[in-house]
Design a binder for this molecule. Structure first.
Ligand code: NAP
Length: 549
């Protein structure tokens, strides 16, 4: 990159969102664009999270781009749920196939982004000393790109290596003969644990909260199934976009409490056997709103855990009882529970025996079973500073020098999860207060990019230099987001959806829970009404109330 490069748009990130944004803005709109990523390659979350066992938890034919019929037909997934190496190969293929690499700058981090209102441009600096400016700043920085490092006393005194699932070494890690700890039993921990257990001399899992993991049901992709999918792709994508979470499911019934115990168990067992998110998203709608309904699914899962874990005391520790099912994102597993039947695997319950500190030789716990756990390596599977974390670390300053960190000091404020008042021309793909993690990510990213590309075309056709939501529209979107969530069980549980996994982070709902179809409709309505709720060069873009919600 050259000094003071002037561009139409800068895209942050080269994962699913960034690659598609670069493609659309450059090749559909004809803008000058660069995508900037701090990674050494494209792939985003799939570049960094290369721990053993990492794989998508939405079926690959669905967890993939829909924008190019040719790409859909050409690409062949080998497994039902592709592993990280295959997804990374797919994204590398996309970068090559659409000739994106020539406009991607790697190994470069944006250190500041400052809005220059006079020129209506974002001025960016990077950690390698580059300075560039762009009319539009498009964040495809993702929701899972800032690892959350737990505050563990003495971590820096540990004699052995400390790994993070979110920053796994490219060459892999050999745990043969080693005594290993995994801290964290979310989706990442539950995926990596069986793999480390199969290799290490001894594995100690440090669990703070037991999780409701259900079988992923992975396997080789049946060629006949793949052929049927490809023959029906347009319809499948349409059905997906009409589904709450962007998946081609349509068997959900309204209430778990409206059917007999026998029927409910049959449905749960069938979904359990089918694998994936069927049990979570394709059984009963009231699991998300009604505690009694939720209890039926929770108890079904606890019973399966008890069947699979030989030692009853360990099984009980693995049974979640302190939060409803699916109020943390439910992990999918392969052989996770059986891992605890190995003689070489031990489960430490951090509720009764919290970590006191990390010592040079291992981890010291206190409480009833307090002891020193001797270790050669520690693996942190402790999650992410999700949604807002990557945006707040970019040093973003909007109009009048106001920092995004200040504007979001009590949680994110956005309109549609896409834009923020006081931060003109900054678009956040799958940003906070959009469906994001509750919407199949490639489709969610495509929807946002298509929307913002149409919006930018609209602005350019009319000679508008600046767009931002009005303060009122932003306020009303926040109210609407809270109102939609008010009946749901999810906000009651501490999780990264609520920002409560990061000490000091404000507790606020970070996702829109109205579902993809409702959200898509709202975004389309806003555009159709002439970008209602937005200001064009400081003037309301459309007549009427400040927002559609
Ligand atoms: P996570 O769901 O936030 O889980 C983090 C785990 O670390 C939790 O068990 C948490 O316990 C524990 N933890 C955090 N800080 C700790 C501390 N100081 N001491 C002890 N334990 C601590 O993070 P994740 O597993 O990385 O998953 C995050 C998201 O990434 C998922 O929800 C999913 O959306 C995505 N993901 C997807 C896949 C996939 O299959 N495609 C795989 C991995 C991740 P508490 O619950 O008590 O806080």
């Amino acid at each position: 990159m050259t000094d003071d490069l002037e561009l139409d748009a800068v895209v942050v990130g080269a994962g699913f969102s960034g690659l598609y944004a670069l493609h659309v803005l450059r090749d559909r709109l004809g803008l000058s664009v660069r995508a900037i990523d701090r990674a050494g390659g494209v792939g985003g979350v799939w570049y960094w999270n290369r721990y053993p066992g990492a794989r998508c938890d939405i079926e690959s034919y669905s967890y993939s781009y829909s924008f190019s019929p040719d790409l859909q037909q050409e690409w062949r997934w080998s497994e039902r749920f592709a592993g990280q190496p295959e997804i990374l190969r797919y994204l590398e293929h996309v970068a090559d196939r659409f000739d994106l690499r020539r406009d991607i700058v790697l190994d470069t981090r944006i250190t500041s982004a400052t809005w220059d209102d006079d020129r209506a441009r974002w001025v960016l600096t990077t950690d390698i000393g580059d300075r560039l400016s762009a009319r539009y700043l498009i964040s495809g920085a993702g929701n899972l790109s800032e690892a959350a490092t737990p505050e563990l006393d003495g971590l820096d005194t540990f004699d052995g290596p400390v790994y993070s699932t979110a920053r796994w070494p490219r060459g892999g890690v050999d745990f043969t003969g080693k005594r290993v700890a995994v801290i964290g039993t979310g989706s990442s921990g539950i995926q990596v644990i069986p793999h480390i257990a199969a290799q290490a001399a001894h594995l100690t899992v440090f669990q703070r909260t037991a999780n409701y993991a259900t079988p992923i049901g992975n396997g080789t992709l049946d060629p006949e199934f793949a052929r049927l999918v490809k023959a029906d792709y347009p319809n499948l994508r349409r059905r997906s976009r009409d589904n709450f979470a962007g998946l081609p499911f349509d068997l959900q019934s309204p209430s778990a409490l409206a059917v007999s115990d026998h029927e409910r168990s049959r449905v749960y067992q069938e979904r359990w056997d089918q694998g994936g998110f069927r049990l979570f998203l394709d059984s009963y709608a009231d699991l998300f709103f009604d505690e009694k309904a939720n209890d039926t699914a929770a108890e079904f899962i606890r019973d399966r855990i008890r069947e699979r874990v030989t030692d009853p005391a360990t099984a009980e520790l693995l049974c979640p009882t302190d939060h409803p099912y699916a109020t943390k994102r439910p992990p999918l597993e392969s052989g996770y529970y059986e891992t605890y039947n190995r003689d070489t695997v031990e489960l430490v319950d951090l509720r009764s025996s919290p970590i006191q500190r990390i010592i040079p030789r291992g981890i010291r716990t206190e409480g009833a079973a307090g002891t020193d756990h001797a270790l050669d390596a520690i693996v942190l599977a402790t999650g992410f500073d999700g949604f807002t974390g990557p945006l707040l670390r970019m040093g973003i300053r909007g109009r009048d020098g106001r920092s995004l960190r200040e504007h979001w000091s009590d949680g994110p404020h956005t309109y549609l999860g896409l834009m923020t008042h006081g931060f003109p021309n900054l678009f956040t793909i799958t940003g906070p207060q959009s469906p994001s993690q509750f919407y199949n990510h490639p489709l969610a990213a495509e929807d946002h990019v298509d929307w913002l590309a149409d919006c930018i075309s609209h602005l350019r056709e009319r000679g508008v230099d600046r767009i931002e939501p009005s303060a009122e529209a932003e306020h009303r979107w926040g109210e609407h987001t809270d109102e939609v969530a008010s009946g749901a069980l999810l906000p009651r549980t501490d999780s990264w959806f609520m920002g409560s996994n990061v000490p000091g982070k404000p507790r606020a709902l970070l996702i829109y829970l109205g579902g993809a179809p409702a959200y898509r409709r709202i975004c389309a309505d806003v555009a159709e009404r002439g970008y209602q709720g937005f200001l064009f060069d400081g003037v309301p873009a459309a007549e009427g109330p400040g927002a559609t919600v």
